[in-house]
Write a protein that binds this ligand. Structure first.
Ligand SMILES: C[S@@+](CC[C@H](N)C(=O)[O-])C[C@H]1O[C@@H](n2cnc3c(N)ncnc32)[C@H](O)[C@@H]1O
Length: 303
């Protein structure tokens, strides 16, 4: 491995947001009544597992205000009726796009990527010998693609040269359709690329003004899809995964929805496959199905 590949990342937790000034929005123009908030958040919860508690009411208002304005309805009540209309799948997607938090960047979890390269892939290759030549990664809440493209660079730089007989596949998905479209374009800002080792940044990115364009060779290694992890049928369209990254999304769920989502992940993982979650997340009290593996620098969950 190139010197210092993994020493650039410094783990950051999700940004803390204050009640006012969330995401730079000023005072909300529309206010939601207590009862509409409760009905609306229950609706979102049953569809996505994302849970807004009382303290997130202001955030909820500010995030949905732009949909209310875009559609031209007069209130949260009217907007809720509009979203609920059977078959209004398009607005449901717009709603997900508005409420999800998509913070991410390249090499966010350097110790996990290092463990994949040095421990997990060698083990999987050994176990698969004579049985399969495929290794499949899934970045299950990929946001704008940085995690999956970090894997693609890792594969291209280290794993493909070392294991030329193996076909590495990378799937990335998210509930938010806008971030998936952005991921496919492969254009990033300084914030997203700041932890990329300089040699990889120079090799795989072209700068264009303030933007960094990822090389088409790396882009085409990742297949993107729109998948709601709460939806068992949608998750089941994925099969035979060896390593799942599902980082920094469980924090948006309550315990029952975490349990449900983690079970979905377990079901699509190959026997002896691995699951990585965020540094600040844990499966304690969520699932006993996985074994917790203490790798030298990271924790992983093994099926
Ligand atoms: C904070 S980002 C994490 C991105 C990346 N995994 C990382 O760790 O840097 C959380 C992502 O989870 C997605 N998400 C939230 N609920 C989801 C669900 N039910 N199914 C799929 N993705 C979901 C959001 O749209 C968002 O892009």
């Amino acid at each position: 491995m190139a010197n210092g590949l993994f020493k650039f990342g410094t783990q950051q937790t999700e940004p803390t947001r204050s009640k006012s000034g969330d995401f730079g929005l000023n005072e909300n123009q529309f206010t939601i009544s207590e009862s509409t908030f409760n009905t609306f958040r229950d609706f979102i919860y049953t569809k996505s597992g994302i849970f807004f508690n009382e303290s997130k009411k202001y955030l909820f208002e500010s995030r949905l205000e732009k949909r209310i304005k875009a559609i031209g309805v007069k209130s949260f009540e009217e907007y809720f009726t509009f979203v609920q209309k059977s078959g209004n799948v398009e607005e449901l997607h717009q709603l997900y796009d508005a409420i999800t938090i998509n913070e991410t960047y390249f090499f966010r979890a350097p110790q996990q990527f290092e463990a994949v390269e040095k421990i997990i892939i060698p083990e999987l290759v050994k176990n698969k010998a004579g049985k399969s030549n495929f290794i499949r990664f899934w970045s299950a809440a990929s946001s704008t693609g940085e995690e999956s493209y970090t894997l693609a660079m890792l594969v291209n730089e280290f794993l493909k040269p070392k294991y030329p007989h193996i076909t590495f596949q990378i799937l990335a998905s998210d509930i938010n359709t806008a971030v998936i479209e952005s991921a496919k374009k492969g254009i990033f800002k300084e914030y997203a690329v700041r932890n990329i080792p300089p040699n990889l940044l120079n090799k795989y990115f072209k700068t264009n003004g303030m933007s960094y364009e990822l090389s088409p060779d790396i882009r085409k290694m990742v297949r993107f899809a729109n998948i709601n992890l709460y939806d068992e049928r949608a998750v089941k369209t994925i099969t035979g995964v060896d390593v799942i990254f599902c980082a920094n999304v469980l924090i948006y769920f309550d315990i029952p929805s975490k349990q449900k989502v983690v079970q979905h992940l377990y079901d699509v993982l190959n026997p002896e496959g691995y699951l990585f979650i965020g540094y600040s997340e844990s499966l304690h009290g969520i699932s006993k199905a996985f074994s917790l593996i203490h790798l030298p620098k990271a924790l992983a969950y093994k099926k």
